[in-house]
Design a protein around this ligand. Structure first.
Ligand code: DC
Length: 218
């Protein structure tokens, strides 16, 4: 069984994907973390994110592992626990740049297919239901108002960033949407057979229950 959850930043897909995977005892694969891992590694090596060949080489050589732990899941990049680094907003911006590069996507999509091959996986991202696993057993496409997604991101980040500005965060969300929806390769788009879930007015439990019921045809 392969469950694909796609949607824009802040739509709640990662949180819900994680909970669904836990309920079903499936693996959870955060494909955004893979694009982030490439950007993070490039920044550490002082490489230009615009250098597509270098970015693709990083994507090929990186060993990215998803390891279940007490906090849910850690992401190991070449053996180093990079979970906290990958959440960084600068890394997120870099990820959007490398995610627009054809050769990087080819490498990471191949890795995602390899990971998913064993089945019983919940995978979230932007192109899982359209490109990575068009034959996924269940597909969901999460949406939510940009203002609400900005507020969620703000709540998540403000404890570690006291100077954070809500309007800036909302602006960044809109900017990221624009980049993800308008890039030439694998733009963010709902698969025709994906169930759209608008999470604007719903809490995490409500969304998780809704998705879970749909998976089980209840
Ligand atoms: O979901 P996220 O914020 O961790 O994703 C980081 C960036 O990677 C974001 O710009 C979208 C992009 N991405 C993608 O293009 N395809 C995916 N399957 C996952 C993420």
């Amino acid at each position: 069984m392969i469950i694909a959850i796609d949607g824009p930043a802040g739509s709640g897909k990662s949180t819900v994907a994680k909970l669904i995977a836990k309920r079903l005892s499936y693996r959870y694969i955060d494909t955004g973390a893979m694009y982030r891992a490439v950007a993070w590694t490039a920044e550490k090596k002082n490489l230009s994110l615009a250098d597509e060949t270098a970015m693709a080489e990083i994507a090929v050589s990186l060993k990215i592992e998803f390891v279940p732990d007490a906090d849910g899941q850690s992401v190991l990049v070449d053996g180093e626990n990079a979970t906290a680094h990958l959440k960084n907003e600068t890394v997120g911006r870099g990820a959007a740049t490398v995610a627009a590069q054809k050769s990087v996507r080819e490498v990471l999509v191949a890795k995602q297919r390899q990971i998913g091959k064993a089945g019983n996986v919940v995978m979230d991202g932007r192109d899982i239901g359209t490109v990575v696993f068009p034959q996924a057993d269940k597909k969901f496409f999460f949406v939510a108002d940009a203002d609400e997604r900005g507020r969620r991101r703000y709540e998540e980040l403000k404890s570690k960033n006291p100077g954070l500005d809500l309007q800036n965060i909302i602006e960044e969300i809109r900017q990221r949407d624009h980049e993800d929806r308008n890039r030439k390769i694998s733009p963010l788009v709902r698969a025709k057979d994906a169930l759209e879930v608008d999470t604007t007015q719903l809490n995490i439990e409500e969304v998780t229950d809704h998705v879970f019921k749909n998976i089980n045809n209840i």
